[in-house]
Design a protein around this ligand. Structure first.
Ligand code: SF4
Length: 441
């Protein structure tokens, strides 16, 4: 994640912000300047005067404007005083008081683990009014999978899908606003449409309702790319992948949550597949798509996870050739079965395992991106951003790799925002972004 910090007020705040930066850096996150686009903005606030309060609010709102989809976090003194006054702020996702600052990384990482729910909400709200290049559209709610670590099935109610006609109407509206890429998301996207039938599980439907939805969205004029949110591995069959591959707007980028590469751990998690079955699904995707980007989530330190089990997960991840891994330390949720399990793993062990897997993820990401060096790809340019002190036009290619091209003429660069252009990838920048040049026809 790209994390930006801003410290207001006294020296103690500055000192604490530096400590926070260190902690985030150690956890594998990239620290960027507050002027750059980030995934998380953390403002260490001050409340010594009314002016300090106002400035804290102003900077929180500025962060929200810089990236409507970011996680905006207010930390510190302003939070404590605003709580006393009963104030809230719609721009802010998290309020972290002084007493909670030490656990900031853990709190945010846990929040990110459940990001489907908040991301979808925030992004679909953003998609309502403003012009965006990419819009996230929530098409499904609820889950009946009951993974033992997850509270969602208990709190989000039964499966509920948005009718296809309604989704198409929303996508048409987005296309009119200039959106070119739509991301279809849900709490359990693979269960899309199950609630319209008598069936109990998506497995009985072979993913047909979701395929039908993708086909319908694919017909909307102006939408050039369709990306899919997290898919349950078991939805991937030859028939499903073949049909998907026939949809030319579908990006070759699939997020298949693995959670663990060890079969015993998967059983305790109540995930209904084995490592071998998961690998078969990857093979199917790789048969129908050229070098698809397979991204995943993995939880480390699940109750009972031994060193051998964790080693199995690491080996699995390396073998699977992921394009990106989101690593989460297991965190207990009251009301879940995993919370009551024996063998809870000490925090320090979780942190060590997380570091090791993050490092493997970095190497895999590098290995996935490197063969694209010198290749041409199609990049949806999104915005002008500062990288290493210079202006770049930044966007993502079909496989969700971040690519930047230098800004020559500013007006021309602004004109190119929200356009899909051919780019040749030339080198990798210090911050990991791939740098390229536009291919002139
Ligand atoms: S699939 Fe598992 S982790 Fe995902 S929402 Fe359902 S119960 Fe939670």
């Amino acid at each position: 994640m790209r994390v930006a910090f801003l410290s207001l007020g006294c020296k103690v705040n500055y000192y604490e912000t530096e400590k926070m930066k260190e902690k985030f850096g150690e956890r594998g996150h990239m620290i960027v300047s507050f002027e750059e686009k980030a995934d998380i903005y953390i403002i260490n606030t001050c409340t010594v005067t009314n002016i300090a309060d106002r400035k804290s609010r102003k900077m929180l709102h500025r962060a929200r404007r810089m990236n409507g989809n970011a996680l905006v976090v207010a930390a510190g003194c302003y939070v404590d005083s605003a709580r006393k006054r009963g104030e809230t702020d719609g721009s802010v996702d998290f309020f972290i008081g002084n007493g909670e600052k030490d656990h900031l990384v853990e709190i945010l990482e846990n929040a990110l683990r459940e990001r489907e729910s908040w991301t979808v909400q925030r992004k679909s709200e953003a998609a309502e009014g403003e012009e965006h290049t990419r819009a996230y559209l929530k098409v499904q709610d609820g889950c009946n999978q009951y993974c033992t670590y997850c509270i969602i099935p208990y709190v989000r109610g039964p499966l509920a899908s948005k009718p296809e006609g309604q989704v198409v109407a929303e996508v048409e509206k987005l296309a009119e606003q200039g959106v070119q890429e739509v991301v279809l998301t849900g709490i359990h996207l693979s269960s899309y449409g199950v609630d319209f039938t008598e069936k109990k599980s998506f497995l009985e439907l072979d993913g047909k309702p979701l395929l039908s939805l993708i086909q319908a969205v694919g017909k909307v004029q102006g939408i050039r790319r369709i990306r899919l949110g997290s898919l349950e591995p078991r939805i991937i069959t030859h028939a499903f992948a073949e049909e998907l591959a026939g949809q030319e707007k579908v990006c070759p980028h699939f997020h298949l949550s693995l959670q663990s590469g060890c079969d015993d751990t998967l059983k305790r998690m109540n995930r209904h597949y084995s490592g071998d079955e998961y690998l078969e699904k990857l093979e199917i995707l790789r048969k129908y798509f050229v070098r698809p980007a397979i991204t995943t989530d993995i939880i480390v330190g699940f109750p009972g996870e031994t060193e051998e089990e964790f080693a199995a997960t690491c080996a699995f991840a390396e073998g699977a050739g992921f394009a990106k891994i989101h690593v989460f330390k297991y965190s207990r949720r009251q009301g879940t079965m995993a919370d009551a399990m024996e063998g809870q793993v000490p925090e320090q062990v979780k942190a060590e395992r997380s570091d090791r897997l993050i490092q493997i993820g970095r190497e895999l990401e590098q290995a996935y991106g490197a063969p694209f060096l010198g290749q041409e790809c199609q990049v949806l340019l999104e915005e002008i951003s500062r990288i290493q002190g210079k202006d770049f036009l930044v966007g993502y290619h079909e496989r969700y790799v971040r690519v930047a091209i230098p800004v020559g003429d500013r007006k021309e660069a602004e004109r190119l925002c929200n356009q899909i252009v051919p780019v040749r990838i030339c080198e990798q920048g210090e911050d990991g972004t791939w740098l390229g040049e536009m291919v002139t026809l």
